[in-house]
Design a binder for this molecule. Structure first.
Ligand SMILES: [Zn+2]
Length: 362
């Protein structure tokens, strides 16, 4: 079988929820092949690191994407872990650095692809939300374009080289450099019921107890917009997770990501040991990003994780002469999942993300 055929078998088996890799037990007819992404090739049982290139075009110099392939000795899923889609989100980047040291290809079943810094222009320039190269948010331009701006071309390389080669995808985020965030996972319901349910099981396995149910992602694979949705619209279960924020590198947030990945590796049958799925998830069935209607200075009135009533003051926006432009209030009772923690605010940008928790359902 060609490599693509093999990965399709694993994906189908994983989605069907069968004893996932029975078909890949030792003694089956085909050999486990080396795994390549761009110029990076790993033989079974080895870890290899290298760099993907996004070539220059008129208007920019292109960029590079550092990756590692941990190719297990035994066949199994291909789990892609993506960090640094937003350049000032550091905790996922650090978690993958640790994972690279701790994963043992000789005992791993399947393959882990680590994308260490997906958005190098934003990382090196330390920008929030938007690339310094084109002013675009990388996580809004998927699946990308070959003749597009730099962010669009990065998205295309990630789509073709990584997402389309994976069986499962996790897009690792935290609050951006200006966002104070409590950890949570997005479970995205787009896609067929088998893919959606596999994503749900991944969300539970990741172990963060707050799971935002996101029912509003587009279903067109050619206009998937978001990284994880690019995988889902191609039939691959995927997650987006958030742990950390405010450009910090705190141990608690990094460790939560490490723990989540360990839970996924166990869930997917890639490693024997690992933490159990979250026992009592809080499904956030209703959520809303609250946005500023003005440009100026933001003064938060609540902290991440605070419980708010309908009408609770979330924060105030003033102009640069101190006049209050707006008081942002909670639209419904819930919890502050993230809030802006630094003063700069522009019209239309988020000031907070509020979710309504209903425990023990779904
Ligand atoms: Zn992000």
């Amino acid at each position: 079988m060609r490599r693509q055929d093999i990965s399709l078998v694993f994906r189908t088996a994983a989605l069907a929820g069968t004893a996932v890799f029975a078909a890949a037990a030792p003694g089956t007819a085909y050999a486990w092949q080396p795994f390549s992404i761009g110029p990076v090739t790993a033989a079974p049982g080895t870890t290899v690191s290298g760099t993907l290139t996004v070539p220059a075009r008129p208007g920019d110099e292109g960029t590079t994407i550092p990756i590692s392939i941990v190719h297990g000795a035994k066949p199994g899923p291909v789990l892609a872990l993506m960090a640094g889609v937003h350049g000032q989100e550091y905790t996922p980047v650090l978690a993958l650095q640790r994972l690279l040291k701790s994963l043992d290809a000789r005992t791993l079943t399947g393959t882990v692809v680590l994308v260490h810094v997906a958005n190098m222009p934003s990382y090196l320039a330390r920008t929030i939300y938007y690339s310094p190269a084109d002013g675009k948010n990388l996580n809004r331009v998927f699946p990308g374009r070959a003749d597009g701006t730099l962010s669009e071309r990065i998205a295309l390389v990630l789509t073709r080289e990584v997402i389309e080669r994976a069986t499962h995808v996790v897009d690792l985020h935290c609050g951006d450099g200006n966002e104070s965030l409590r950890p949570y996972t997005y479970w995205i319901t787009t896609g067929g019921p088998v893919v959606a349910d596999a994503g749900k099981q991944m969300a539970l396995a990741f172990g963060l107890d707050h799971i935002v149910v996101d029912r509003e992602r587009p279903s067109d694979p050619q206009a998937s917009v978001y990284l994880s949705n690019t995988a889902i619209t191609r039939g691959k279960p995927a997650l987006t997770i958030e742990s950390g924020g405010l450009a910090r590198t705190d141990e608690e947030s990094v460790a939560a990501i490490e723990r989540g990945i360990a839970g996924l590796l166990k869930h997917l049958g890639m490693r024997a040991d690992g933490p159990a799925p979250v026992a009592q998830p809080i499904w956030i069935e209703r959520s809303e990003v609250l946005r500023s209607s003005g440009t100026g200075i933001f003064y938060p009135a609540v902290e991440r994780g605070h419980t708010v009533a309908q009408g609770t003051l979330i924060g105030r926006v003033t102009d640069f002469h101190g006049r209050v432009l707006e008081e942002v209030r909670a639209p419904f009772p819930g919890e502050v999942l993230y809030g802006i923690g630094t003063p700069a605010i522009s019209k239309g940008e988020p000031v907070a993300f509020v979710g309504s928790a209903t425990a023990g359902q779904k």
